[in-house]
Design a protein. Sequence first.
Length: 243
Amino acid sequence: MILIKIKRLIIFIYTILISIRPIKKAIISLVLNRNAVVSFKSRYNKYDNIILNRIICRTLYYLLKVERYNIRIIKLGNDKATLRYINHIFEVPTENPEILDSLIIFIKLLHLNIILVTELNKDNVEVKIKNLMTLKAPLSLLTPAISSMLSRKYYETWYWDVDVKDKVVVDVGAYIGDSALFFASRGAKIVYAYEPSKRLYEIAKKNCSQRNNILLYNYGLGCLENYAILAGYGIGMYINNFA
């Protein structure tokens, strides 16, 4: 008798969960079966007979979270998703959870009109941050920079706690030029910025070209006089070995 009641309770809980939001059905199915065929609807997009593995399900969960900010999911794959924002179509790499986390913050900031997209294509996104700067880079590089500067509570990240007015700033790891531009716009007398990655340096150079108080250098800054090998890409870049 107790066993029957437990089974009924499990069925009841399962029914409630799948009725709250269709994505719950996919998640529960994957708990029971790693490769499940699940049919469900999102708010704006219809998926039928999609084979979900755990990676795709996690990605889909992230993307469903940004639908309320006028994002439409056009296509979903193992390594990337194709999205539409207003009349623009762009691709997002989905294999890195950090990029997906920063994308959610990025879309939220767009929705709140804290940032404004002035150009968007498959290669680059240009964003204007009100009263601060304009940044242009591939979306996978841009979203981490924007989210680290303006994430969580607006104006309450470490960037905003440092008084740089009329001071000399050394920016070690300039990335796409976002922090150098930030400090320059906040009144720094001069910013010395160092970025070892050639690709990131070229992006930062274009972003910082309108500021004469930013001196950008294409090498790393450290306490040892030797060579290092860079590995990885974007926010995942690291020193693989010293020569």
